[in-house]
Ligand binder design. Structure first.
Ligand code: FES
Length: 122
C-alpha cells in the first residue's frame, strides 16, 4: 500500500493516488493509470524523458534501492546522480533524489513525485 503524491507545475494541484499492495507497477505506470502527465517516450530506461524527483516521506524505511545499470547511466548523463549517490544507494539503501519513472517500481511506502512536465502541453 502506498500513497503517491504527484506534483508538477503543469498540474493545477497536487494529486495523491493510492497504489495497491502487490502492485508491481512503476511510477510511470501508476501515473498513466491516473492520467498524470509525466512525459515519457521509450518506457525502457533509455531516453530520460520520464525523469522525476522522488521524495520519501519516511526516509528511515529502508528497502533495497533497485537501480539498473541502464537507469544509472541515463541519470549520470542527465547530471542527476553523483557517484556518491550511486554508492549510497547500492551500499546503504539510501534512495537517490532523481529516478526514471519508467524504471522505478512502487513500493510499500508513501512518496512524493515531482516532475517538470511539458509546459507547452495543456
Ligand atoms: Fe524513456 Fe523512461 S520513458 S527513460
Amino acid at each position: 500500500m502506498a500513497n503517491i503524491t504527484f506534483s508538477s507545475p503543469v498540474m493545477a494541484k497536487d494529486v495523491t493516488v493510492y497504489a495497491v499492495a502487490g502492485d508491481r507497477g512503476t511510477i510511470l505506470a501508476v501515473a498513466k493509470a491516473h492520467k498524470i502527465p509525466i512525459p515519457f517516450d521509450c518506457q525502457d530506461g533509455e531516453c530520460g524523458s520520464c525523469l522525476v524527483q522522488v521524495e520519501h516521506f519516511n526516509p528511515k524505511a529502508k528497502s533495497a534501492v533497485a537501480l539498473t545499470e541502464k537507469e544509472k547511466e541515463v541519470l549520470r548523463q542527465l547530471g542527476k546522480i553523483s557517484k556518491d549517490e550511486i554508492a549510497n544507494a547500492e551500499v546503504n539503501d539510501i534512495p537517490p533524489r532523481y529516478r526514471l519513472a519508467c524504471q522505478c517500481f512502487v513500493r510499500n511506502e508513501d512518496i512524493m513525485v515531482r516532475f517538470e512536465g511539458d509546459k507547452t502541453q495543456p
